[in-house]
Design a protein. Structure first.
Length: 192
């Protein structure tokens, strides 16, 4: 029996990229997942691709407090509990930050930072009521070493495996850590 059987996870940005890889990996290991994304057609395609009824696909924009609240409510209504949260939604400012318009910076701040805080405010009391849980925030290597173009190097499925480790009981003693599963691209950039 999988360590994720009978567990419930919220995944933002769950219909594409790393969020989608995390959603699929959790479901393949027996978990139930409430995944949200902005594009209804991508969520529907994900739902059709996965067997069974362990996926709740919710159209939500994480920069909207109302959408996040509805996402949380729908997950609790459907599954009755939350055992973990994966904040994977959002993108990054592409190009020099000093040249980015305020509106773009504010949009990314809302999607990457404020949305994570808002979802944690909703989910943590729910997780505490059923014994606790784990929270994983996904950011790019650009958070450590911002470079022009902000290209990515890890394969989403590889990053998903790292996320699953942090959601599992095997990481119970690890808190506040930063891991960069990027196949070494960050270290190569830092070494020049």
């Amino acid at each position: 029996m999988s360590e994720f059987a009978d567990k419930v996870f919220l995944v933002t940005g769950g219909s594409r990229g790393i969020g989608q890889a995390v959603t699929i990996a959790l479901i393949e290991r027996g978990a139930a997942v409430a995944a949200c994304g902005r594009r209804a057609e991508a969520l529907e395609a994900l739902r059709r691709s996965l067997p069974g009824d362990r996926l709740l696909a919710v159209r939500a924009d994480v920069s909207s407090p109302g959408d996040l609240s509805e996402f949380h409510r729908a997950a609790v209504e459907r599954f009755g509990r939350i055992d973990g949260v994966v904040n994977s939604a959002g993108s990054a400012v592409v190009g020099p930050l000093l040249e980015a318009p305020d509106e773009e910076v504010v949009f990314h701040f809302h999607a990457r930072v404020l949305a994570c805080i808002r979802l944690c405010r909703l989910a943590v009391p729910t997780m505490k009521a059923t014994g606790g849980g784990s929270i994983v925030h996904i950011a790019g290597a650009a958070g450590v070493d911002p470079t022009p173009g902000l290209g990515i190097a890890g394969v989403p499925a590889d990053v998903a495996e790292a996320v699953l480790f942090f959601l599992s009981p095997r990481s119970a003693m690890i808190t506040g850590s930063s891991v960069t599963p990027d196949g070494g691209s960050l270290i190569r950039r830092l070494r020049g």
